[in-house]
Write a protein that binds this ligand. Structure first.
Ligand SMILES: Cc1cc2nc3c(=O)[nH]c(=O)nc-3n(C[C@H](O)[C@H](O)[C@H](O)COP(=O)(O)O)c2cc1C
Length: 211
């Protein structure tokens, strides 16, 4: 029986959309992942030329459908004042009604963060925490911070840089994500994991709670 190829969705959450560092990283990730999975890509930033969608939901039916089709996700964002991009924050806020649904539940998620010098690891760890709370799973060694400062330092001290994250580690992230997606499919054929979610407030989560 031919092995089914998992479908992996790359979510570019860069402020710079398709022109940023995240886009370059995800293009390289795409090449690696495409060997083992069918890859789809989504850029979350609204292009500057398009009519303003300020205030409207980024969680469009098309995006929802792409998330639903995917067996696994790779998120990419820059670091902005110690946090992820406002584009990603807006997406997470808009996606809140889907918390704990089949869109996320049990699907592996990997994360690639870029930074100039500092704050990226905090972004990575907190984002992984959010993704698990939405319903995703985390494969081992599936989170990476690419730092401009680390790349510059590596040019001067190769020995010390052996312990720094570098672009070659993107291969490990992509491999582990594809591997986790493959196992998810395998499990689906054998005995699908019956993940449960705790009760989620889908009606009143925006309500004012201070009287
Ligand atoms: C508004 C803004 C804030 C930033 N804040 C940080 C920061 O707190 N720490 C850091 O190391 N780099 C910071 N950077 C650098 C970006 O994280 C870095 O260039 C990243 O690769 C941007 O990804 P992108 O090109 O996909 O948007 C900031 C950049 C911008 C534009």
């Amino acid at each position: 029986m031919p092995t089914a190829r998992p479908r992996i969705l790359l979510l570019n959450a860069s402020l710079a959309g398709d022109d940023g560092n995240t886009a370059v990283i995800l293009t390289r990730a795409r090449r690696r992942i495409a060997r083992r999975a069918t890859v789809e890509s989504v850029t979350l930033a609204v292009p500057p030329a398009s009519p303003s969608r300020a205030g409207s939901s980024t969680f469009t039916p098309e995006l929802r459908a792409a998330l639903g089709r995917a067996d696994a996700f790779l998120f990419g964002t820059g670091t902005h004042w110690d946090s992820w991009s406002s584009v990603l924050q807006k997406f997470l806020e808009d996606a809140t009604p889907a918390e704990g649904t089949a869109i996320w539940l049990g699907k592996p998620a990997a994360v690639v963060v870029s930074e100039h010098s500092t704050g990226g690891k905090g972004v990575l760890s907190r984002l992984q925490g959010v993704l698990v709370t939405l319903g995703c799973t985390l494969p081992p060694m599936s989170g990476l911070v690419l730092s401009r400062a680390a790349l510059a330092a590596a040019k001067h001290d190769r020995a010390a840089a052996r312990d720094f994250w570098c672009e070659a580690d993107l291969g490990i992230v992509c491999h582990n994500l594809a591997e986790a997606a493959r196992l998810t499919l395998k499990d689906a054929r054998a005995a699908a994991p019956r993940w449960r979610h705790w009760p989620v407030d889908r009606r009143d989560f925006r309500a004012r709670w201070i009287a």
